[in-house]
Design a protein around this ligand. Structure first.
Ligand SMILES: Cc1cc2nc3c(=O)[nH]c(=O)nc-3n(C[C@H](O)[C@H](O)[C@H](O)COP(=O)(O)OP(=O)(O)OC[C@H]3O[C@@H](n4cnc5c(N)ncnc54)[C@H](O)[C@@H]3O)c2cc1C
Length: 382
């Protein structure tokens, strides 16, 4: 592996940091307090070309952006943008809606969906979790019954990020329950169509600027052309998406950890107690060293997984390790950042308690930390 970035890649990352700092942070305290999604900031990100990073140029994507560069760019976005909800939502759409269409969609599906997702004109959600099936996701009960020219969806998905504002949803449902998980297929569903009812989760601990909700399907018609991939391929597709998701979804949190570290170092150098800077107390400096260690180990894992995926190689174990380590690291470092800032860190206005609340979400979505451990254990033959 080569750890050198070329000057263009660094310039691109820095342009994202500068864009995010200038454009995305204003009004965050109020937006977060009130649980408001900013469509305006979403549009700014689309206009900057961020959403296009996971799509080939042929379908309105970004010219010549390889996967490693995309990860560096998303890290830069997280470094500059304090709104972890927005960066999570952008990553969710890019890697769990757009990328599956890029990888498994027909030419017509790509032409139909990708340009408007990239331009910000439409928003996409990924709906797989159900009230009775979270970690055990492939035991889902949402059904897709074959009818003339398509399917009728019936069932419920919940905890779906972006669903209250989404225009399309990538939905998983079983066409033949007798086949178990091999009966599952995936569908691109128009969220404004008949047979769909959406409810919004009114309040949640963190990631409050990204709306989340429940989708009920009642005889919702989906045409055959809107099935993504072959019938019964839902599990194979999903296993592939989930590997990509674990790889990419937290790249921006790495940037947020870098921002946290810089702020903690600056505070520890400036805040004085007992006649000296608090950074001179080993209890404080060692805590900061732990933050640095988590940042660097997370970064190595992210770049390694990105490098493997760029080569078209399997990264099941590495992606699970990355998801586990990065999400737990962000939560642990967020707690450390609060401790280092003392009472100041406990105040909402510093944003440090927000990072902690947001970080907890990362240990749950895209498979909980326990599930990541199970994957790695399974890959080790246990
Ligand atoms: C912020 C956020 C965003 C989300 N966004 C989406 C989205 O966009 N689309 C979507 O479909 N879903 C989304 N989800 C749902 C998410 O994927 C699920 O919450 C997650 O998979 C866990 O499922 P569950 O909540 O039903 O918990 P459960 O599966 O009920 O787990 C409860 C506890 O049991 C543990 N557990 C369960 N099974 C095992 C096991 N085999 N071994 C060890 N421990 C186990 C879990 O680790 C956890 O601690 C989101 C969730 C959150 C918090």
């Amino acid at each position: 592996m080569n750890f050198d970035w070329d000057p263009e890649q660094i310039t691109f990352r820095d342009s994202l940091i500068a864009f995010a700092q200038a454009e995305l942070n204003e009004g965050l305290l109020e937006r977060e307090r009130d649980g408001l999604f900013s469509r305006q900031n979403w549009q700014k990100c689309a206009d900057f070309g961020i959403l296009a990073l996971s799509v080939p140029a042929q379908f309105s994507g970004h010219e010549d952006t390889d996967f490693l560069t995309a990860m560096l760019a998303m890290e830069g976005l997280g470094r500059g943008c304090r709104d972890n909800g927005l960066t999570f939502a952008l990553n969710a759409q890019m890697w769990t809606v757009q990328l599956p269409i890029v990888q498994f969609g027909t030419h017509t599906q790509k032409e139909r969906y990708l340009p408007s997702l990239c331009s910000g004109a439409s928003i996409g959600a990924h709906a797989i979790t159900e009230p009775e099936t979270g970690s055990d996701v492939f035991s889902m009960s949402t059904s897709a019954t074959r009818v003339k020219d398509g399917y009728l969806l019936n069932g419920t998905k919940h905890y779906v990020s972006l669903s209250p504002v989404a225009d399309i949803a990538l939905v998983f449902a079983t066409v033949d329950a007798s086949l178990g998980k091999w009966g599952i297929s995936s569908f691109l569903v128009d969220c404004h169509g008949d047979g769909i009812r959406r409810d919004t989760v009114q309040d949640k601990m963190g990631l409050r600027t990204v709306p989340m909700g429940r989708i009920d399907f009642e005889d919702c018609f989906v045409s055959e052309q809107d099935r993504l991939g072959p019938e019964g391929a839902g599990v194979s597709l999903s296993t592939s998406f989930l590997e990509w998701e674990r790889c990419c979804i937290l790249a921006s949190q790495l940037g947020a950890m870098e921002r946290q570290l810089d702020e903690c170092v600056a505070y520890a150098r400036q805040r004085r107690q007992f006649g000296q800077a608090i950074g001179k107390f080993q209890a404080v400096s060692h805590r900061i060293v732990e933050m640095k260690l988590r940042l660097e180990t997370s970064r190595l894992l992210l770049y390694k997984v990105a490098w493997l995926k760029q080569q078209g190689r399997n990264a099941m174990t590495e992606a699970a390790l990355l998801k586990l380590h990065l999400s737990e690291s962000f939560a642990a470092s967020s707690m450390d950042a609060i401790r280092i800032h003392g009472g100041h860190g406990y105040l909402t206005e510093t944003g440090l308690e927000r990072d902690l609340r947001d970080a907890v979400g990362g240990t749950i979505y895209a498979g909980t930390s326990d599930i990541q451990r199970n994957i790695v254990a399974g890959m080790l033959g246990l």
